[in-house]
Ligand binder design. Sequence first.
Ligand code: PGA
Length: 245
Amino acid sequence: MRRKLAAGNWKMNGTRAALAEVDTLGAPKGPSEVLICPPATLIAAAAGRVDGIAVGGQDCHAAEKGAHTGDVSASMLADAGATHVILGHSERRADHGETDAAVRAKTEAAWAAGLVAIVCVGETLAQREAGETLDVIGAQLDGSVPDGATAATTVIAYEPVWAIGTGKVPTNDQIAEVHDAMRERLKNRFGAESDGMRLLYGGSVKGSNAAEIFAVSNVDGALVGGASLKAADFGPIVEALDAAS
Ligand code: PGA
């Protein structure tokens, strides 16, 4: 059985006042794992704040330390109280030119620091319209997920670039097609270990569409952006996931 995961990605949103939202969300009442990934400045203050709410980073450098002005290492995230880190988000890939190889190196760094890596993949609208979706996702998985991935160390998030922050959501069939293909590809590479790897869907998940998305085959939770910023929006998503467990 895969434990469902509701992960909130605050992106570059929130100052200390926003931590009140974590308090309002409160200790999880259901079986789902709940994770908040706030900006790096808030990790230490968010970690351990509410029982049962895990805290993660949104990126890390591949190196453990050194002359990399402005960057944060995986061990620094762990030291601040993070247990997870999002890697290879499409905004990182687009804004910072992160390649699959870079994401792979960061994932290895995350594991070395004891963090669970949430590795993101997703096609652009042009790639979907060209019928390249499964090829793109397959290549990103192959390139971004290092050898030795286990269910305990690695979560995959499928986030179609065109669905992020747009209010557009793929159909259930489109989500199922990608999630089933990802499961198959991971099985070919990692064997039985892949059965336990969680596959999250991300992109315009909200309270009103969560239950429908969580009913889709091989969807083990969600990576939520905009709707994770307020407890009033994220709470119902967590509840929908609990109900799907
Ligand atoms: P969104 O973002 O929920 O605001 O679409 C999802 C994400 O980028 O992780």
